[in-house]
Design a protein around this ligand. Structure first.
Ligand code: KE4
Length: 431
């Protein structure tokens, strides 16, 4: 493969954009490569500036449940754009979107739209503090909730990938209110509640972690958190920016049957346009201005184009009866193929998967159930694996600590191509 156009585009971009990217994890730094610059994407195919084509397993970090540039999404955006691109005034697009989210997500009775997952999680924590009158909150090492100040403590995703989980610029005053627990370790949360229970406004987590690679909650973990939050009067917040509408129509809370007090959403609900949302019980949400005293705002919140794309996406989800069974079937086929390949090549690895999100960890550890175990992964080996996969036309996450996403649009033939590519890459790195 020739990457000359991407290389020169990257050189040019670095002169005007920090690191040449508008989001650090896109820079391919942790896999030691120049990033490919995308020219276009359609369905499950990405085409870069040099004309190289890839089967996309990243789905723009999650939104592309039905593949890129789906005609229903494009038409919705085009029609909405004919009537204007932003009003700064209420429109019925927003109400339609809110009603769909409320209909589909079990715990949401009222919802506020914002423009990113970060805005959603920042607002949810502020709301939990306003509602409870408490200041501290609990997050889990390795979970990533966007780049809000209070979250960049032992954060996952790009912060972890680039080895800066505690970013400069976060004040001690902010950090003191972020209490850290260990994923899948209920005792670590109980200890915090026993010590500071009256100060804890919320517990926020990824109900299936995606940002330290996929880490699955143990059987009693989510229920245990639900019970602790109820017992101590703290709010349980499910950050479903990745899992929302991916694991089930009602996200992880439907998949596991656990109701949080607040839910944050993003990615899929925008159909690829900038959208986030947070929602929950009416009595909590009505703390938000202009009804209540907790302030949050946004010029482009509920933007008509983003709402039109999101409405089209949620409509497609509701209309597709085999959406989740088909994604489960295809993802299971991929997982089985990779497991066979690991055995054939005798390469140690752990695969964590829930539905259509999975991660292959290159580790000798028998399991990956928390950040400490995720960190045993051989990131050098992942970098080699990523490069070999890219050169064979498979576009994976450029980090060991992210997800591979199967979409409804992936065909059997593409799943088999991924399995074949995986085998060749494992054989090559195994040597
Ligand atoms: P955004 O602000 O990037 O829209 O959403 C932040 C966020 C919140 N919560 C979860 C569970 C998330 O996964 C994210 C963002 N995810 C990362 C990758 N896993 C986005 C990729 C990037 O940072 O460029």
């Amino acid at each position: 493969m020739n990457f000359n156009q991407s290389i020169s585009a990257f050189e040019r971009a670095q002169r005007s954009i920090p690191g040449g990217v508008n989001s650090p994890v896109r820079a391919f730094k942790s896999v030691g490569l120049n990033p490919v610059f995308v020219k276009k994407a359609k369905g499950t195919t990405i085409t870069d500036l040099d004309g190289n084509q890839y089967i996309d397993c990243l789905a723009s970090w999650g939104p592309m449940l039905f593949g890129h540039a789906h005609q229903r999404i494009l038409s919705a955006i085009g029609e909405a754009a004919e009537n204007g691109t932003s009003f700064g005034a209420p429109s019925q697009y927003e109400t339609e979107m809110a009603e769909r989210i409320i209909r589909m997500v079990p715990s949401i009775e009222m919802v506020r739209m914002v423009s990113s997952g970060t805005e959603a999680t920042m607002s949810a924590i502020r709301l939990a503090r306003g509602y409870t009158g408490r200041e501290a909150f609990v997050k889990f090492a390795g979970n990533y909730h966007g780049h809000g100040d209070s979250f960049l403590i032992k954060a996952g995703s790009g912060a972890m990938t680039l080895g800066i989980p505690n970013s400069p610029g976060i004040t001690k005053g902010t950090a003191k209110d972020t209490l850290m627990a260990e994923y899948n370790n209920l005792a670590s949360v109980e200890a915090l509640f026993q010590e500071k229970g009256s100060e804890i406004a919320a517990v926020i987590l990824e109900p299936v972690a995606g940002n330290m690679g996929v880490v699955v909650p143990s059987k009693d973990f989510l229920q245990g958190l639900r019970d602790l939050c109820t017992q101590y009067g703290a709010l349980l917040i499910f950050d479903e920016v990745i899992t929302g509408f991916r694991l089930a129509k009602g996200g992880a809370q439907e998949y596991f049957g656990i109701l949080p007090d607040l839910t944050t959403l993003g990615k899929i609900i925008g159909g690829g346009l900038p959208v986030g949302a947070y929602g929950g019980r009416k009595e909590i949400m009505e703390m938000m201005a202009p009804v209540g005293p907790v302030y949050q705002a946004g010029t482009l919140s509920g933007n008509p184009l983003a709402m039109a794309a999101g409405i089209a996406m949620l409509t497609m989800i509701e209309e597709q009866p085999d959406l989740y069974t088909e994604m489960e079937r295809k993802a299971a086929r991929l997982e089985d193929g990779i497991r066979r390949n690991l055995a054939t090549t005798n390469i140690p690895g752990v695969i964590n998967r829930v539905g259509s999100m999975m991660t292959l960890f290159f580790t000798d550890s028998p399991q990956v159930t928390n950040l400490e175990e995720a960190m045993t992964a051989d990131t050098e080996r992942y970098a080699s694996y990523f490069k070999l996969s890219l050169e064979s036309g498979i576009y994976l996450a450029p980090s060991q600590f992210e997800c591979l996403f199967v979409s409804y649009a992936h065909t059997e033939e593409e799943i088999d191509r991924m399995i074949a590519s995986n085998l060749e890459a494992l054989k090559a790195i195994g040597r």
